[in-house]
Design a protein around this ligand. Structure first.
Ligand SMILES: [Zn+2]
Length: 187
């Protein structure tokens, strides 16, 4: 197959080329307003300080959940710590617990809504060193399975992956938003 013609879009985040038509159907209930966090740690050169980094699903005082607009991996969410820290051990234990609580909630929704082959969790930060966790629903038919989404594609997928999900992205965003809202400070 023509591997070179099938770009590894998963490495090009947070700006993605193809956004799904399902996005426009997202309901107000899944929206939350992105606000920068103007602390001394704020870095104007950091994409995840400056921008949501994807479709904003929910924002709490400490973290936010976004959906990466990735055509190859439509059920690809990120849980981002709002303050600029680079490493996991920069967080207090309470901060780690809060962030992992949100990661776990997103994972549970993806499992229940999509019955994926596997969930992938990852925190790399090599491209954008602002602490975030990737929560990705993986399927045995997806372009890279069983390799990581950042690896070499194994196959081309048609029709579009988003059409193979058993739950519409708007509904998925809304379910994720409801699940993580219950964990947000002050909820
Ligand atoms: Zn940052």
């Amino acid at each position: 197959m023509a591997v070179n013609s099938f770009s590894n879009v998963a490495t090009q985040y947070p700006k993605r080329a193809a956004s799904s038509p399902h996005v426009s159907k997202r309901t107000a209930t899944s929206m939350s307003h992105f606000q920068t966090l103007e602390t001394p740690a704020f870095r104007p050169t950091c994409e995840l300080c400056r921008e949501a980094g994807g479709v904003l699903v929910f924002q709490s005082p400490e973290w936010r959940v976004i959906r990466a607009e990735d055509a190859a991996f439509p059920a690809f969410y990120r849980v981002v710590w709002r303050a600029h820290v680079a490493e996991w051990s920069d967080l207090s234990l309470a901060g780690q617990a809060a962030l992992m609580g949100a990661v776990g909630a997103v994972e549970r929704v993806l499992r229940e809504a999509l019955a994926p082959t596997k969930i992938n969790l990852a925190s790399l930060g090599n491209v954008v060193p602002h602490l975030h966790w990737h929560v990705i629903a993986r399927f045995d038919w997806d372009s890279h399975f069983p390799a990581p989404v950042w690896g070499v594609p194994a196959r081309e997928v048609a029709p579009a992956p988003v059409t193979r999900l058993r739950t519409d992205l708007a509904e998925l965003d809304a379910r994720v938003a409801r699940a993580v809202a219950a964990l947000a400070p002050g909820a």
